[in-house]
Design a protein around this ligand. Sequence first.
Ligand code: ASP
Length: 408
Amino acid sequence: MKVNKSRRKFLGRAAAGVTAAAIVTPRSLEALALGAQAARGASAQAHTSKPPLAVSSSNGVAAVTKAVEVMHAGGDTLDAVIAGVNIVELDPKDNSVGYGGLPNEQGVVELDASVMHGPTRRAGAVAALRGCKTPSKVAKAVMEHTDHILIVAEGAREFATALGFEDENLLTEESRIAWLRWKETLSKEDKWGPSPYVPAPASPAGQRRIALERERPSFLLADRYTGGNFERRDELLAWADEVAHKPPTGTINCIALDASLDISGVTTTSGLAWKIPGRVGDSPLIGCGLYVDNEVGAAGSTGRGEEVIYSNGAHMVVEYMKRGSSPEQACLDALKLVAARYGNDLDKLKDVDVNFYALNKRGEFAGAAIWNGSFARNGELRRRQFAAAPDGGKGRLFESAYLFERKA
Ligand code: ASP
């Protein structure tokens, strides 16, 4: 790579901002240069709002609108964010949160959630909770009814039942088809997949069917489910293939500030698709997927939970804000901790997706991601975004700041 003089200077400055732990290679220097560029560019358009304000991950446009409505009506900040995320938890089409979430490796949906109430400095959380569409409400019940913070697995289920939460099936038909597709793709040696030898039927139609079945047995389920709507079937199968090969993550984090300058937050998720039963991500861990300090601000995360746990992400974002950083700079600095664990190596980081969201008591807010976006199947770059309902208005999407740029 040719490096001209001014670029050398720029790279030097960028590298100086990295933590001492980072291994700085030529490749990582390039990445850091991008990071510095992104941080400078994005801070030119810092976002500020009068309260009430709600901020969330990009799947939360309706959630932030709802949260602001609740705060306008005099509701508490925690009730506001929970009412917001309940919309997404109950939406079967969002397969990263609540009902309709993609299941664990056994086909069972397990949910994680945490809440923090700024004014009373309390928190509650549940992890690996089964059978409850709104784990955020159970997390709040942990906060209100116990002196514990986190209850997991069967204990969480028993606690939810004791509090009157129904035990329901959370697996939608779409999620089940995707899960079965994933099982089929695992191994040619196991029993999930075509039988090694099936005699060819005589008719051309029978032969076509056997060929399809051999290639992808879940085709039959999808065909039955979509009842002759070939477009829907093919769409469902394409999606099932995508999530089977690249297990998606997804979550909703929502944080809010009201007119009394009180702050609360919630994070709720079905976690990593096809996870080992009992796997817990960052979302229910206070300080990782969510942190609130009523004197400073709030932060939350989505994306690869293991990375956020390593970096204690949300707590670090709030800590940086406490020391004077803007929400955007604080999010970018916490993302740099994640990148540093990979020696800032872009090849190693290419599949690492982490997003932080933050707001402070002054109404400044931001979202930031490791990458500027991801490429859609048609080759278009989908910019990373976050949702916010500023100035007590309706929710809309904003572009996230970022550390690194993906190049086509
Ligand atoms: N952070 C969540 C987890 O790791 C998933 C996500 O946000 O994508 O469980």
